[in-house]
Design a protein around this ligand. Structure first.
Ligand code: P6P
Length: 349
């Protein structure tokens, strides 16, 4: 019997199973933990993040089967407000966010790269206190080649009643964001977010249908080897940017990485350090990237991780947009690397 008892030795009941604890940390629970509160505002934010997660699951599911379905890939034949050819995935993802937030009851307006004007959900507006700003698919050029893509989101408090539908309260600096982050559709689907209390990552477990906590309080390295920029624009840049590129070409320790989806490139920089640039060009000095639903959300995340994001002359989060689809030059990443780029822009070296 003694022999049998030894083989039956049970683990002591004070052993906490880290894996089990982590598997139970879902996104909505994590938001409440972050806020250490069950206030109506905390519950709202938790519910909003849950909706973002649902949108991410629906988009990830579509992308994972795109090659097996009719009508998912390719172009719609339309051109969006940005003057860009629209992919079918752009439209699908844009509609997914509208659909999941209609059900939420919390969001009155959605502003997206794909829509000239904000989309209003009238039934939500009397109580809807939040606005979702998003880029439904970042990196559309990668949809038909099965490469990484992203969705970028920011949540802002609605200020005033916007009776004229001009959404002028959205023309406020990025420091007004309540929450921001991105979903990365890669080998796995990840969701990275901040509500101003650090940066946290979640990985979608398809078998559970849940985003599970993966890393808390992510800190960007002070410096890293990666510089991420489309060098095909080299001769359209200002001389100061060309001088920076010549500097990294001749200096040991730098490596170029550029995927065509900045969510993917910036996620790499968040973890390994470095700098992503989309500078202005001579024909387009304001650059390509949109402030309200691309640069500002990513700037919030990177600043919360200890990094920086600037136009080259001003912190991204301090820029006051003049219009909904305003573009800004973007230099974002590790503090030391962003400062290096700035030194070329501001001092010519
Ligand atoms: P280019 C995707 O359209 C995007 O907004 C970013 O995700 C990406 O880094 C950039 O544009 C790619 O633009 O001009 O280098 O092809």
């Amino acid at each position: 019997m003694a022999q049998a008892r030894e083989s039956l030795e049970l683990p002591s009941n004070n052993v906490t199973d880290k894996g089990l604890d982590r598997d139970c940390t879902t996104l909505s629970r994590h938001v409440l933990q972050q806020l250490q509160s069950f206030s109506p505002e905390a519950q709202d934010l938790s519910a909003l993040m849950n909706r973002i997660a649902l949108a991410g699951k629906l988009i990830a599911r579509r992308l994972s089967r795109a090659g097996l379905m009719e009508g998912v890939l390719g172009f719609t034949g339309d051109v969006n407000v940005q003057g860009e050819s629209v992919k079918k995935m752009d439209v699908y993802a844009n509609d997914v966010f509208i659909g999941v937030f209609k059900q939420s009851g919390l969001v009155c307006r959605l502003a997206s790269e794909e829509m000239e004007r904000p989309y209003y959900i009238p039934e939500n507006c009397p109580i809807g206190r939040y606005t979702l700003l998003y880029d439904p698919i970042d990196g559309s050029s990668n949809t038909d080649t099965n490469l990484s893509l992203g969705s970028i989101f920011a949540i802002r408090q609605q200020e005033g009643n916007d009776l004229d539908g001009e959404a002028l309260d959205l023309l406020a600096p990025g420091r007004k964001q309540l929450a921001a982050g991105y979903i990365l559709y890669g080998p796995s689907t990840m969701l990275i977010y901040t509500i101003g209390k650090g940066v946290h990552s979640f990985t979608l477990d398809p078998s559970l249908g849940e985003f599970i906590l993966t890393e808390e309080n992510i800190r960007i390295p002070n410096h890293g080897p990666v510089y991420s920029v489309n060098e095909g624009n080299f001769w359209q840049w200002d001389e100061s940017i060309r001088e920076y590129i010549r500097y990294v070409h001749r200096t040991e320790g730098y490596t170029a990485r550029y995927s065509g989806a900045m969510v993917s490139d910036i996620h790499r920089i968040l973890l390994q350090g470095g700098v992503f640039l989309y500078p202005g060009t001579l024909p387009k000095p304001e650059g390509k990237l949109r402030l309200l639903y691309e640069s500002a959300p990513l700037a919030f995340v990177i600043e919360q991780a200890g990094g920086r994001a600037t136009t080259g002359h001003m912190e991204i989060l301090d820029v006051v947009p003049k219009k909904l689809h305003q573009r800004v030059p973007l230099i974002i990443g590790s503090p030391k690397d962003v400062a290096k780029v700035e030194s070329f822009i501001q001092n010519g070296h």
